[in-house]
Design a protein around this ligand. Structure first.
Ligand code: MN
Length: 204
């Protein structure tokens, strides 16, 4: 097992989410922003190793906060890349099977789910994420907002689908128009992947 994080490869080409996410936007987001969280988390690991070996102190409280930010950033981006696919080639369309049923049962139909999820995404204050989660206790899919990469998460609730609404996710393509980016996202959602994650969550 690796003891450090590595930047995961995208499951598709940098050009293949265009026009919804351009090659430039996706390249920058993956190779610079996602990489920064991987690098940030690894730098903290090095700091832990060094301090523990040399028996020196570090600011545990501040470091714990930084660690959750970088690890959260890495995990959320890794999931985000996987829950998208090129439009018409795995991306877009409608959820199927058990996922479609779960959405219908909870929201009364896909249109309502899309509307609520989009509103969650556009209304995140500052930098953050919209996420679809699943509660094993009630069997209900839940829409949540994650502030930054680590605030307002529900411990132990698996994430089925996430949408990055940090400005760095869309500014090159959509400037300040987050709603337009959120609208575009539905063309590239990989519903098979989201459905697989639901199946895995239900089993547990
Ligand atoms: Mn991002």
């Amino acid at each position: 097992m690796e003891t450090m994080y590595t930047l995961p490869k995208l499951p598709y080409d940098y050009r293949s989410l265009a026009p919804y996410i351009s090659e430039d936007q996706l390249t920058l987001h993956h190779t610079k922003h996602h990489q920064a969280y991987v690098t940030g988390a690894n730098a903290l690991f090095e700091k832990f190793d060094k301090a523990r070996k040399e028996k020196t102190d570090f600011d545990v409280k501040a470091t714990a906060k930084e660690l959750s930010f970088h690890v959260g950033g890495n995990r959320l981006h890794a999931l985000f890349w996987k829950n998208m696919a090129p439009a018409g080639n795995g991306g877009g369309g409608l959820p199927k099977g058990d996922l479609a049923q779960a959405i219908d049962a909870e929201f009364g139909g896909f249109a309502r789910f899309r509307q609520e999820f989009s509103t969650a995404a556009t209304s995140v204050e500052g930098s953050g994420w919209a996420a679809l989660s699943y509660c094993n206790e009630t069997g209900r899919p839940l829409i949540m907002q994650i502030e930054k990469h680590n605030m307002n998460t529900f411990p132990g609730y698996p994430l089925l689908m996430v949408l990055d609404v940090w400005e760095h996710a869309y500014y090159l393509d959509y400037r300040n128009d987050r709603a337009k980016f959120v609208d575009a996202f539905w063309n590239i959602v990989n519903w098979d992947e989201v459905g697989k994650r639901l199946a895995g969550a239900v089993k547990k």
